[in-house]
Design a protein around this ligand. Structure first.
Ligand code: OFO
Length: 169
């Protein structure tokens, strides 16, 4: 049975993951509007990943005999100053989510919930990847410094991203 404090914190995390899905979809809409459909595709796939993160928590709560409570999802930002700003915001958002996952882990440790600690390890690793992905894109965008050719090359490359749920799921 899932401890009440843990359940409440995971429910809050579920909301953050769905907000992440919404935020990345909003970024995809902005990027489409900028004529960068490859980058928009990248964000749509990112949104699918976030839904996967949310549903993985959702299923875990149920598996542990807990109860999921869905709360209102905040409206995401709609306008961005530039393509670089989109990815800088994404990196910042992922750093916020990492902090939030770490706080969940702190609770699991505090209450000796070994099952949740083990479950959360997946998210700890995932956040390393998430931050690394956005960090690299920010770095590349700074390198090309808003130049059309570079942007188009990155856009083409990002068009190829597809969503592949982890094999074990
Ligand atoms: Fe769910 O990792 Fe991004 O937000």
């Amino acid at each position: 049975m899932l401890n009440q404090k843990m359940q409440k914190a995971i429910n809050e995390q579920i909301n953050k993951e769905f907000y992440s899905e919404y935020l990345y979809l909003s970024m995809a809409a902005y990027l489409e509007d900028q004529g960068l459909s490859g980058m928009a595709n990248f964000m749509k796939v990112q949104a699918e990943e976030e839904r996967f993160h949310a549903m993985k928590f959702f299923d875990y709560v149920n598996e542990r005999g807990g109860r999921v409570f869905l709360k209102q999802i905040d409206q995401p930002e709609e306008e961005f100053d530039s393509v670089l700003a989109v990815f800088e915001n994404s990196l910042e958002h992922e750093q916020f989510v990492t902090k939030s996952i770490n706080e969940l882990m702190d609770i699991a440790i505090e209450i000796n919930d070994h099952a949740t600690r083990s479950f959360l390890n997946w998210y700890v690793d995932e956040q390393v990847e998430e931050e690394d992905t956005f960090c690299n894109i920010v770095y590349q965008l700074k390198l090309i410094d808003g130049k059309g050719n570079g942007l188009l090359m990155m856009d083409k490359e990002m068009a190829g991203r597809t969503f592949t749920p982890p094999a074990s799921e």
